[in-house]
Design a protein. Structure first.
Length: 291
């Protein structure tokens, strides 16, 4: 079994704020257990919206990456993330927007070159567990999809001594690769509670972009559920750091009936995509089979 003090979790996310939404409680759990935690953020989030009432959107937009970097530092302190690494790409914006064509954006990055950047970080921090998105990037964002692609490629290539030989960094093989997920049943409950809490908004909202059948993972495919109920308040605190992206009146910040918050947000779900170790079919620990 691996020495727990040397175990490392690395999650590869697309933009500042993604680290909270799908893995915030997971980061807190493993930091509290004494494991190393690393966040790799692919872009600066330059194409994000600006909801912070203290900012003038016209003035702030050109320096949004700088602003969001500060928000990211705030959130990572709150989530006790040990190390943050930026891959250095520009936000690609939503699918089909002009930002997709910017040669500096993550979407346009050469796959091998972007994978090499991640491989160097894997060899430096030597994670046993990698986390990223599924092949659809959860909701189809080009940067999420690219994060999926390079993380899957890097899982194998980090151990290949012929791929980007790196002085002073020996090849390293991660043992497990997970994809973030929300079960379809969980998304149905989430949508129903949102409708109950905000009936007028729900009546005027097109729910096509929140389709559990499209975005949710079939329940039987969920392989890991991480209990993060003790961290719900801290995760909300981390989410508040992202003032430009999350409005102050967001559903995430509204009080919920007793027990509903635990039911909706108390577990972070994953699908095990690759494993080089024996593990139970259903897990409550991403390091099952490693420690």
């Amino acid at each position: 079994m691996a020495n727990q003090s040397r175990l490392c979790l690395m999650a590869v996310h697309a933009h500042p704020d993604d680290e909270v939404i799908s893995t915030g409680g997971t980061y807190l759990r493993y930091a509290d257990e004494g494991l190393s935690t690393v966040l790799v953020c692919a872009t600066g989030g330059e194409e994000g919206e600006i909801h912070d009432p203290d900012l003038d959107p016209v003035e702030a937009q050109p320096r949004l990456a700088e602003i969001r970097a500060g928000e990211l530092r705030c959130a990572c302190r709150t989530l006790k993330i040990g190390t943050v690494e930026m891959l250095g790409y520009r936000d690609s914006g939503m699918a089909g927007t002009p930002a997709n064509q910017n040669p500096s954006c993550f979407h346009q990055a050469d796959l091998d070159e972007a994978t090499a950047r991640l491989v160097r970080l894997i060899r430096r921090y030597r994670p046993s567990v990698l986390v990223t998105y599924n092949s659809f990037g959860f909701y189809g964002h080009p940067d999420h999809i690219k994060a999926h692609q390079i993380t899957h490629a890097a899982f194998d290539r980090a151990a290949d001594p012929d791929f980007v030989p790196t002085p002073n960094l020996t090849p390293w093989q991660p043992l497990k690769l997970y994809e973030t997920a929300i079960s379809r049943e969980g998304m149905r409950r989430w949508r129903e509670v949102m409708r109950q809490q905000n009936p007028e908004e729900a009546a005027n909202r097109n729910d096509d972009g929140f389709d559990p059948e499209k975005l949710g993972t079939p329940d039987e495919q969920i392989t890991a559920r991480i209990d993060v109920r003790r961290y719900l308040a801290t995760r909300v605190e981390a989410l508040r750091c992202h003032r430009t992206q999350i409005p102050a009146d967001s559903f995430f910040f509204k009080p919920l009936p007793e027990g509903i918050g635990d039911e909706m947000f108390g577990f972070e779900e994953y699908v095990l995509a690759r494993s080089l170790v024996k593990h139970p079919p259903k897990e409550d620990d991403l390091f099952a089979g490693i420690r």
